[in-house]
Design a binder for this molecule. Sequence first.
Ligand SMILES: [Zn+2]
Length: 220
Amino acid sequence: MPLLGAHDSILAIGAHFDDVELGCGGVLAKAASRGCHITILVMTSSSYTHARGEIVRTAEAAYDEGVAAAATLGVTDVRCLGLGNMNLRWEGDTVAAIEAIMEEVRPAIIFTHWPFDTHQDHHYGSLATLSAARYFSSILMYDPMFPSGRSYHPFRPQVYFDITDTLDAKIAALRCHASELRKYGDNWLDAVTARARYRGYETGAQYAEAFEAVRLQVRL
Ligand SMILES: [Zn+2]
């Protein structure tokens, strides 16, 4: 039974450019090819300066990389709240900004971070999304990715999507994030592929993405 119809809207939310591609890029590529309207919402500017003072990524470069990555998945609607990287807050203004976009898009499914992710932006970004989404019926939290997602709490995969047909698009999207690729190298992409294979193995597919459900409305 399909969770998504061809005319459904999807809202995929991440704290930084690249989070959504890592967490649910395969699902988004598949849904885009079926005609779903997809909005990617990035909460922070994603600019990053290393503690040594070296600029790893400007906000402009992060945005350009994110738009190119989204296009690789077949997604053209990319929004950015431009909030401070590494300082995301779970507070009223952030919740209201997310809520306004949810009201506009009316998503059938919302994808967001898992709140036990150890990156503070992922953690608070997830909580702000859950606050904003209180009137929506289907919210799935994506599998956290090392290094940021290492946690004291176990991720419990509950909902799987077969992404065998779109793993290549997911990896191509991640390759658009040149500043991340410089930081982590091809090992990063190998690990993403290995995780997709592992999640696929768990559910009888070649490659899959897994999610924890906050709640899920199933239509007959
Ligand atoms: Zn992130």
